[in-house]
Design a protein around this ligand. Structure first.
Ligand SMILES: [Zn+2]
Ligand SMILES: [Zn+2]
Length: 218
């Protein structure tokens, strides 16, 4: 099995992670990863530090310095943004277009019906490219909702993340999404430099289910 060399979900100390962008980058380079996404929450998404555009620009400056220091490593400037119950993404100072990628995530517990309804509305807005920890906050799951979600994700071209901090409860949804032609990403959701690149179980799952991993072309 070839090792996956992309970790597309890493938090820094610009949100609720504890490690700096520099520490994360150094660790990723040591592990010989090819691509990492520094993915932080920004105010008012859950887990963010209070503040506006200054935090985002300061972080971007650090990312740019690290890009110069580690030219072999692709470092993506990413935001993880709350998908709200009305299907809107939480606002981010300066807008969503400034980032390389947006991870849209549910950070509130929801049943299957409300989940699919908010997700379908959010997908229509075409504001995010990855659905983070897709069942991390799902209190119930119905296959008929999964079918609607999988079809909408495939149509929108939004990838489904296999996340290192949340175990997959509803494997049937992954089978459905795979059948509908969805793509997938792997993210450690690391909040400390020691877990950067921790993708073992997601890799095994993706390989065993023959899931199609999203290619990052930036
Ligand atoms: Zn999250
Ligand atoms: Zn996260």
């Amino acid at each position: 099995m070839t090792r996956n060399l992309e970790d597309l979900h890493i938090h820094s100390n610009y949100s609720d992670g504890v490690s700096s962008v520099g520490e994360i980058t150094q660790r990723a380079a040591f592990l010989k990863l090819k691509t990492i996404a520094i993915a932080d929450h920004f105010w008012p998404s859950l887990g963010s530090r209070k503040g506006g555009i200054n935090i985002i620009e300061q972080r971007r400056h650090e990312i740019e310095t690290c890009r110069d220091d580690y030219p072999e490593l692709k470092i993506l400037d990413v935001a993880e943004v709350d998908i709200q119950s009305n299907g809107e993404l939480a606002p981010v100072a300066g807008g969503l277009e400034q980032f390389d990628l947006i991870i849209g995530s549910f950070h509130w517990f929801t049943d299957s019906t409300r989940w699919v309804s908010a997700l379908v509305q959010a997908l229509r807005r075409k504001e995010f490219q990855i659905l983070g920890h897709w069942d991390g906050y799902l209190s119930s799951y119905r296959e008929e909702d999964g079918r609607i979600a999988a079809e909408a994700l495939a149509e929108a071209g939004v990838a489904i993340e296999l996340n290192g901090r949340y175990s997959v409860e509803h494997i049937g949804f992954l089978e459905l999404a795979n059948a509908y032609g969805c793509s997938f990403t792997l993210g450690s959701d690391s909040h400390h430099v020691s877990t950067v690149g921790d993708l073992d179980f997601q890799e095994k799952l993706a390989t065993s289910m023959n899931l199609n991993l999203m290619k990052v072309n930036l």
